[in-house]
Design a protein around this ligand. Sequence first.
Ligand SMILES: Nc1ncnc2c1ncn2[C@@H]1O[C@H](COP(=O)(O)OP(=O)(O)O)[C@@H](O)[C@H]1O
Ligand SMILES: [Mg+2]
Length: 257
Amino acid sequence: MSKPVVLDLKDATIRFGGLIAVNKVNFNIHEGDLFGLIGPNGAGKTTCFNLITGVYTPTEGDIFFKGNRINGLAPNKIAARGICRTFQNIRLFGSLSVLENVVVGGFLRHRTGLLSALAYLPPAIHETAALRVQAMELLEVLDLADVADVRSRDLPYGKQRRLEIARAMATGPELLLLDEPAAGMNPNEKEDLAETVRLIRDNFGKTILLIEHDMKFVMNLCEKIVVLDHGEEIAQGPPAEIRNNPKVIEAYLGEAV
Ligand SMILES: Nc1ncnc2c1ncn2[C@@H]1O[C@H](COP(=O)(O)OP(=O)(O)O)[C@@H](O)[C@H]1O
Ligand SMILES: [Mg+2]
């Protein structure tokens, strides 16, 4: 029996002036999937995340989360329903500690944005021991517990990326969107990250959609992949099919990987 559909894009489209950044894209993700979104630079991958999270509203088409249409909802409403993301360009609170960054994630669940969450932070941090405990648990999972008190801007890059994931997890999402989580990591860090992502899915029951350029990383980790090129979906399927798909090879891979 197949698991229920969590996310369903139906002809999702967005135009910026004359440019169609995402053009009638269709894919659906089932509960517990570890799903990859790949394609050349400028293909529309991050824009898909922006559509799913409500940063942009599709100009055509619809997006459903657990059967309910979410396009048109404000980003905080979508986050509250259980979708959270990390960013291609890391967005941490550099002057806050690692632990505090994750606690902010916990607050974000029902607040309108990062700034308003931050405004509430100092008193709340003292009041909410429970959030701190939960945050520490997440840091253990992401292997960041030993740097809990370090200012996030002082962390090495690979750890900052892991911290972004910890913070996203703190919002309690069902669906986690990771935008190039392995970018800038060395091969060892990438291997550790792949293990962590798998653990988040297996032990925490999350559904995961990730964008990544490292084909070895994507092909080893993801069970299903959708490929975009110039805003259009050119293929989807399991890694073994994608890696041998002539259209994908021509548009992106260059040669079979
Ligand atoms: N807010 C925007 N206004 C105008 N063009 C945009 C905007 N956001 C993205 N684009 C364009 O949409 C295309 C897809 O961008 P993006 O989704 O960031 O690509 P990817 O993440 O696949 O590298 C690019 O041509 C980009 O310049
Ligand atoms: Mg991008």
